[in-house]
Ligand binder design. Sequence first.
Ligand SMILES: [Fe+2]
Ligand SMILES: [Fe+2]
Length: 403
Amino acid sequence: MKRRNFLTGTLLAGGLAHPSLSNAIPAAPSDRFTGAVAQGEPLLAGPDPTNLAILQALIIPASGYAEISVNDGEWQKVLPEHQGMVAYETHTLKFFLPQIPSGAKLRYRVTVFSVTYQSAYKIQRGPLVTSQEYMVNCLDPSKKTTQFIMWNDTHENAKTLEALQEKTRKIKPDFLLWNGDQTNDVYAAEKMANQYICPAGLPIATTYPLAYLRGNHDVRGPAARLVEKFTHSPGADFTHAFRSGPVACLTMDTGEDKPDHHPVFQGMVNFDAMRARQTKWLASVVEKPWFHSAPFKLLFCHIPLWWTQDDPNREYYNCHKPCRDAWQDILKKAGIQLVVSGHTHQPAHLPVTPERPIAQLVGGGPQLERATITHFVANEKNLTITMSTMDDKVVHRFTVDPA
Ligand SMILES: [Fe+2]
Ligand SMILES: [Fe+2]
């Protein structure tokens, strides 16, 4: 069950008395913020403004709160409250924001502090440490244009993450979509902040929101069950459904790259059940007016639904036939123009053929020389998609006409 936060409409000057709550915007987070309790900068995930969350990685067990200001209105405090208690976490704090209006200017900052429980009557709070202030322009379905970026299959490769980060910050996208295989596997909670919230120490989504998608490597290992705590996806099973300008985006989770009954899993996965839930969700979301009316309709999923060859005797999937079989007819009927994936570590643009009713785009691999960045730029007349290498060579560039 999702935790909801308690939101108070506290006036800045009256409600929260500590010296860091000023209107000044420091140029960088203070050393105290990144060096004592918190680790790295916060991450804003959604990207739908009606369902955003801020994540903050921690170095030591701590609690805290976020503060937000919408369209330069009064500051409001967002507590990570669950069942009446404020979070006290070891590795990360997660603040679920109230619904923010489309296109709003959102300012936010995060405060953290250590807590010592000596007895029921003696709980001691450490010094409050506040991040710098960040500003985000929230997604707006009524805008005539949008542009956004996709990363995929970074697999904890620091050089690739740094290159992607530098390019993305220059582009200033409306949102960043991270299409799976952030990790190689997930064995230890203490490593997960560096895998998902501040990978390679980078502030990957502070001034634009992140759309997080899970890949097959992110379900490997005992701690993979904690991924939800270190990321945020508005829908169940890591699904998203949102619109930015003329583009409607759906995301779905393709699970592992082998069937559930494969002996390697020892019965510890049941992606068939998840796929059945997602199929129901897909059939219902494509009926929504905001989706129906979008000139461009895209599905993002980590494992492609089609690949250059479709070898049924292969031990693992290069493309996901069970997902394709479950979703293809609904996707086609709903007018999805392109499925965008990663996973193969080999870029490809597969156009529509008699056997492939929807075009498929696939991004590159984790190493610097194999990585790609994919830039989507849309107005009401066309959607231009450019996939480039880290040394700025164009791998694929094409336009999609409105449906
Ligand atoms: Fe991968
Ligand atoms: Fe993969």
